[in-house]
Design a protein around this ligand. Structure first.
Ligand SMILES: Cc1cc2nc3c(=O)[nH]c(=O)nc-3n(C[C@H](O)[C@H](O)[C@H](O)COP(=O)(O)OP(=O)(O)OC[C@H]3O[C@@H](n4cnc5c(N)ncnc54)[C@H](O)[C@@H]3O)c2cc1C
Length: 423
């Protein structure tokens, strides 16, 4: 059945909302975005993956993003304070650009917002109030909200899209069932000056004694985030600033890189962010970006999935059929589930174990044969390509699971190599 969609209200003016608004406007829809001008001092989500670049080009904003961002040629991962593995994206080969950017988020969000403005999208600086109607699966803009926009849609919009990020406006209103990730970590994050960079432009990911940390080089600051199980937080202080500062002072890996650093911003805290709605559309609504589902920050997939998802949502809305909406939902859930499998290999420690096993076996014929192959496909995790290549997915599934187990069973690697899970 084809829905007659000509007018679309979008709730949330972040990257997914503004990208979707732009694409719909280009397709001839009447679109308005409800957005909140007030944003936090700093916004998390500053490391992009190469997989986002083709979408930035299609939107026509890569050149602008480049002007205020740090060029990002790869990722460096520390297994512990002295053991580092660096992967330039070029090691991944494949069809993607061999770079990405580290972006100051306020500027990045403004770029996508300004693009939508230039394309003729209308913005309302207010939180839209939504109400349930019909059998409870239908939504409408509340009377007050509708009155405040002076008949912009000529009545109710035909479709309401939730891109309100982790506020999850529609999912909460409709009580949509969710799948929560098994990790219940807290992320604390701030900008520092004077923190040490090893590979100057790469994202740096460190496994810590408790949790893990990112260091993202921005043009004049370094974004440092600590992801930690909340059970450990109390040991570091009674408020988020104390906890963040003390983790940096006490963790021996962080001390090494941040001992001369100064915190330049407040500390932001994010809880319970592994959450995926199991239903992404209804009679007259759709979820996109984080409002539909967010996995985990580890592989910097958030903005890529948000923007890529905006393209998929725009196509589904243009097709306007139940089949297209259902396909959109199926694909979003499928894509998130594949990313989830990769995320799990970080927390279970199998990625680190594979790295150690690789080092241990490098001087054997098998090690020399498989090493470059392994490096290529592991790099594709960090570029975002692994999820979309059938062979990479299969190969990684094998080496990160059965292969390590078989090697353990056959005592084919050093028995001192322990599983290096994230505590
Ligand atoms: C700890 C952490 C680290 C991360 N690191 C990275 C990273 O390095 N790289 C990466 O790509 N991603 C990262 N992410 C994910 C990334 O931040 C998100 O995936 C991305 O911001 C999603 O974009 P979005 O447009 O869907 O939502 P958002 O960026 O959250 O935008 C939603 C917008 O909606 C607005 N809004 C909310 N409620 C309403 C309302 N009722 N009415 C109107 N407006 C509303 C908000 O103000 C906001 O502007 C990280 C996330 C976390 C939690």
């Amino acid at each position: 059945m084809k829905r007659s969609i000509k007018t679309v209200a979008i709730i949330g003016g972040g990257p997914s909302g503004c990208a979707l608004a732009t694409l719909l406007k280009r397709k001839g829809f009447t679109v308005a975005v409800f957005y909140l001008e007030k944003r936090p001092e700093i916004i998390v989500g500053e490391s992009l993956v190469p997989a986002i670049i083709p979408f930035l080009r299609k939107l026509g904003v890569e050149d602008e993003v480049k002007t205020y961002s740090t060029y990002k040629p790869g990722a460096s991962v520390w297994v512990n304070k002295d053991e580092e593995a660096t992967s330039p994206f070029s090691f991944g080969g494949g069809g993607l650009p061999h770079y990405a950017y580290n972006v100051p988020r306020t500027q990045f969000d403004k770029t996508i917002f300004d693009l939508a403005l230039r394309e003729g999208v209308t913005f309302f600086n207010q939180a839209a109030k939504l109400e349930k109607t019909g059998n409870g699966d239908e939504l409408k803009l509340g009377d007050e909200t509708l009155a405040s926009i002076h008949g912009f849609f000529g009545g109710q919009p035909h479709l309401i899209v939730d891109t309100s990020g982790r506020s999850r406006t529609i999912a909460r209103l409709l009580n949509i069932p969710t799948r929560a990730g098994y990790r219940k970590d807290v992320a604390l994050f701030a900008h520092l000056s004077g923190a040490e960079k090893i590979e100057p432009y790469n994202i740096h990911l460190h496994r810590l004694a408790k949790g893990w940390t990112w260091r993202i080089p921005l043009p004049d600051r370094i974004s440092v985030g600590v992801v930690i199980n909340p059970e450990h937080l109390g040991e570091y202080g009674s408020n988020k600033e104390e906890q963040y500062d003390n983790i940096l002072k006490r963790d021996e890996t962080l001390v090494k890189f941040t001992k001369n650093a100064k915190r330049e911003t407040g500390v932001m805290q994010y809880d319970n962010y592994q959450l995926i709605s199991q239903k992404m559309y209804g009679k007259n609504w759709l979820l996109a970006g984080d409002a539909g589902g967010f996995l985990d920050p580890i592989f910097s997939s958030g903005l890529f999935l948000a923007i890529k998802g905006a393209f998929a949502a725009a196509d589904a809305i243009e097709a306007g059929t139940d089949k297209a909406f259902s396909k959109y939902q199926r694909y979003q859930l499928y894509e998130l589930s594949i990313w989830q499998k990769l995320v799990d290999t970080w927390y279970s420690g199998s990625l680190f174990t594979l790295f150690k096993v690789g080092q241990d076996r490098m001087d054997t014929a098998f090690g020399r044969f498989i090493g470059p192959h392994m490096q290529r496909h592991l790099t594709r995790i960090f570029s975002g390509e692994a999820v979309y290549r059938f062979y990479s997915r299969g190969f990684l599934n094998f080496v990160l699971g059965p292969m390590i187990s078989l090697m353990k069973l056959g005592r084919l690697h050093n028995r001192n190599i322990k599983d290096l899970e994230i505590k």
